[in-house]
Design a protein around this ligand. Structure first.
Ligand code: CJW
Length: 836
């Protein structure tokens, strides 16, 4: 461009280039947009048979309609200079975007009509969309549900995460064993993301620190000699439900800087110089597939720091566009840390304020402590993050200095509060001393935040009494509970359209934004036509699930059976083992002819095991071997079917939860922080069999004792009975348990794989079994029998199903987000400017 012309552009006030007439929301405009993208942009013609291009053309058509609302939301936030929250998370398990966008823009029926006229099958085309699997399980999916609710409530909340090139691995089975395949989800491009290279940030790694004197004679720390990596943002639109708001999820991709190591380059090591570039890009290459297990890998710490630094720099950059100091920063900004994974943000924020923006320690600390809030999601000791001081020192030397200083000042405070209590100082220190000193990230998170919350009432109580007891004594007011939820848009209105229509026909459509209104269904609970429709819809959804199971597992589920489902990550504490032991027990009963008052059951189990978690992988193999025997035994027939659902993911759950009768939530009490699958099942009219753990307790409170199948030890009983736990005695005293163990020990399910399940057998018999599987066996089996009897009473079951669904109002993330906002964020709602 000619320089003079550039000058003119700068000096002349330019009209808003983005001011365009609004796009039509009618079927003609949609058809027009679709045809334009299909033939002009994508260049396809009548010979194209792939469903990928129609998917892409429709996505772009819908995205256009999000764009204008997105801009108008951003302008409204900017103009009002409103307070904002940033949700920092290493995981956002978004699933599919197309159908959710159509629902939230109220375009679903219009598109369906347009497609019908063009002779296209919308469902088939929507099904070609890949899940965005940028998360492991509950924690990542919760982040996605939170964003949906914030947009729906018109809260100015922005998500910050990583744009992994490879998401959660795909799972398939070979001879009953889990095999992992890579998930190269971006291979065909992602129409929902918008690259924003103009907001690229620079992230430092390695190097060393030194003091330098400024012109004014002040000493300042310089972190230098670093190897830098660029963070390039990609934005994803997050539409609210039919309200014109579109919030943002910003995902960072790592890119090499343009600089080569010139020394290496000049000495002829060209490839080595380029290699450095490759290693930079590794940072966002792959999501770690560990759900609450093994940690400590250097690349993971790199990912965490990369997210923290890029996001904080981005927020500060935007802040300084409209402000020239930080005095108001804490009143206008809040960072919510999704578990300890982004906790390095606390030290990084201190570094940015002091080293880059010249604030004093005291000022920086005051601001930092007023802006950071931490959510804990687990009590499992192996999931609590610790990083070796040595690793920290080599990768992030400046950050380690800051952590040491935070710790020194904090320990002084502890010493003042409990004079002479050196044991307590040792316990509470952010640095764990020992042969390999470690940084305890949860303690850093508590010390540096103004709010610490658990994710269900029991979980928060256990945090206060156990894991964080010392901190709770010091700062009781920091601790609070925020029970999880799920978004009713995706998990009821979207995934169960027939039930949505029945509910809307009965009580109007306000429930979609205010789930407590489902209570109004009470009036219809005894109405014949309502109940008939309720049953019919469940049958239809069961048929859809049966079709999917047939297609993916090649097992026949008949819809007059009880559909008994457990889908979640495979983990010992979640006790898929207990579930399969019940299956073995039922098999034994059939073989023994004990089938009086029998209820036919179809048991579905699905979930991924962390690739390095041998016991979880063996559990998958056991489920598959049991399924093989049961499904192929002519004595069994339709009385019992078992299937393992491979590659369980968000889009699979959208078919599974509407078609489920019984939801299995059988974790050892005190171990599952909340659970959120339990809420999806309940919302869709499934009944729960569960322990008093996580949010199960609150689900039971909402539905009433008669509408929940409770079994097992309480969290307290689990802890008090550990010292005298005697599984061998339990096995000896219980014929049914003895029979199950005999089947396992005689190798009934592994006739050609001798000894394969020995670790499982040993775990059950081990008096130190952390998960106390044998302790809950009897009560589980008896309660399952109550389930079977209840299912035979069709009338009673239907009533319980309706009650479960109409009592699920509390478990909307709209409620959860309102509580976060009331107690932690204090944001004003801001309506987007309307599209003209
Ligand atoms: O968070 C959900 C809860 C659920 C809890 C889950 C959780 O198990 O009960 O409903 C939402 O609140 N996920 C994790 N902790 N708790 C989790 C996820 C990924 C992780 C991790 C812990 C990844 C690593 C380590 C710990 C890692 O290093 O890759």
């Amino acid at each position: 461009m000619n320089n003079n012309f550039k000058m003119m552009l700068k000096s002349k006030p330019v009209k808003d280039l983005t001011a365009l007439p609004a796009l039509g929301m009618d079927d003609k405009s949609i058809t027009q947009g679709f045809r334009h993208y299909y033939s002009h942009t994508l260049g396809r013609d009548r010979n194209c048979k792939s469903t990928h291009y129609p998917y892409k053309a429709l996505s772009l058509t819908i995205r256009d309609r999000l764009m204008e609302r997105w801009k108008n939301t951003h302008y409204a936030y900017q103009d009002q200079d409103c307070k904002r929250t940033y949700y920092l998370s290493l995981e956002f398990l978004m699933g599919r975007t197309l159908s959710n966008s159509m629902l939230n823009l109220d375009l679903h029926d219009t598109v369906q009509q347009a497609f019908y006229k063009m002779g296209l099958d919308l469902e088939e085309i929507s099904d070609t969309e890949q899940d965005a699997g940028l998360g492991n399980g509950g924690l990542g999916r919760l982040a996605a549900c939170f964003l949906d609710s914030c947009a729906t409530l018109q809260l100015p909340v922005k998500g910050y995460g990583l744009r992994y090139e490879y998401g959660m691995f795909r799972q398939h089975l070979e001879n009953g064993f889990q095999i992992e395949d890579t998930d190269h989800w971006l291979l065909d491009g992602n129409p929902w993301e918008l690259e924003r290279p103009e907001y690229t940030q620079r992230i430092k790694f390695g190097g060393y620190t030194e003091f330098r004197q400024s012109h004014e004679g002040q000493f300042k720390v310089h972190w230098t000699g670093t190897r830098d990596v660029l963070a390039v943002p990609y934005d994803i639109p997050i539409p609210g439900f039919q309200n014109g708001t579109v919030n943002t999820l910003r995902l960072w991709k790592a890119a090499a800087t343009d600089e080569f190591d010139l020394n290496e380059f000049n000495s002829g090591s060209y490839t080595e110089a380029v290699e450095e570039k490759n290693s930079a890009e590794h940072i966002t290459m792959v999501l770690y597939p560990n759900d609450s297990s093994e940690n400590g890998k250097e690349l993971r710490l790199r990912q965490q720091y990369f997210l923290a630094s890029a996001s904080l720099q981005d927020v500060i950059r935007e802040w300084l566009v409209h402000h020239d100091n930080f005095t108001q920063f804490a009143d206008k900004n809040c960072f919510q840390l999704n578990d300890t994974h982004p906790t390095i943000s606390i030290a990084e924020f201190m570094r940015l304020l002091m080293d880059e923006h010249d604030l004093s320690w005291e000022d920086a600390w005051t601001i930092s402590c007023k802006t950071m809030a931490y959510t804990n999601h687990t009590l499992l000791p192996e999931a609590l993050e610790k990083w070796s001081v040595h690793l920290f020192d080599s990768l992030l030397p400046r950050l380690l200095e800051i952590i040491h200083e935070i710790n020194a000042r904090f320990l002084k405070q502890v010493a003042m509060h409990w004079p002479g209590d050196t044991e307590r100082l040792r316990r509470m220190s952010i640095i764990e001393e020992g042969p390999i000193p470690q940084v305890r990230m949860a303690y850093l998170a508590i010390v540096g935040s103004f709010s610490v919350n658990g994710v269900a009432a029991l979980h928060t109580r256990l945090l206060k009494r156990g894991l964080f007891k010392d901190f709770y004594q010091l700062w009781p007011d920091k601790f609070n509970n925020k029970t999880n939820g799920v978004t009713p848009r995706r998990w009821l209105a979207g995934c169960n359209p027939q039930l949505r229509n029945l509910i809307t026909d009965t009580i109007g459509d306000k429930w979609i934004k205010d789930l407590s209104q489902l209570k109004k269904l009470k009036k219809s609970i005894n109405k014949k036509s309502f109940r008939n429709q309720w049953q019919k819809i469940k049958q239809n959804n069961k048929q859809k699930l049966a079709d999917l199971v047939h297609q993916t597992c090649n097992v026949e589920f008949k819809t007059d059976s009880l559909f008994d489902v457990q889908v979640k990550r495979i983990h010992e504490y979640k006790r898929q083992l207990l579930n399969i032991m019940h299956v073995i027990h039922l098999y034994n009963r059939i073989k023994a002819g004990d089938t009086k008052n029998w209820t036919n059951r179809c048991v579905l189990i699905g979930g991924k095991a962390a690739p390095g978690y041998a016991m979880a992988k063996l559990t998958i193999k056991l489920i598959n071997n049991v399924a093989d025997v049961v499904n192929n035994d002519p004595d069994i027939g339709d009385l019992l079917k078992v299937a393992f659902f491979p590659n369980y993911c968000v889009s699979a759950m959208e078919v599974i939860c509407p078609g489920t009768d019984l939801s299995e939530q059988v974790s050892t009490a005190g171990k599952e922080a909340s659970g959120t699958g339990n809420m999806k099942f309940m919302m869709n009219g499934a009944l729960t069999i569960g322990t008093l753990d996580g949010a199960n307790i609150e689900i039971r409170e909402e539905v009433g004792d008669d509408n929940f199948f409770l079994f097992g030890l309480t969290a307290e009983e689990v802890e008090t009975s550990r010292s005298h736990y005697n599984p061998l005695q339990l096995i000896q005293d219980d014929t049914d348990l003895r029979n199950v163990m005999r089947m396992l020990e005689t190798g009934y399910f592994n006739q050609f794989e001798p000894g394969l399940f020995d670790p499982v057998i040993q775990a059950i018999k081990n008096p130190h079994d952390l998960w106390m599987t044998a302790a809950d066996f009897r009560s589980y089996i008896d309660t399952q029998e109550q389930v079977s009897q209840a299912y035979q009473d069709n009338k009673r079951w239907t009533t319980m199903s309706i009650i479960n669904s109409l009592s699920s109002g509390k478990f909307s993330t709209d409620r959860t987000m309102q509580e976060y906002n009331r107690d932690i964020w204090n944001l004003e709602t801001v309506a987007a400017y309307p599209v003209e």
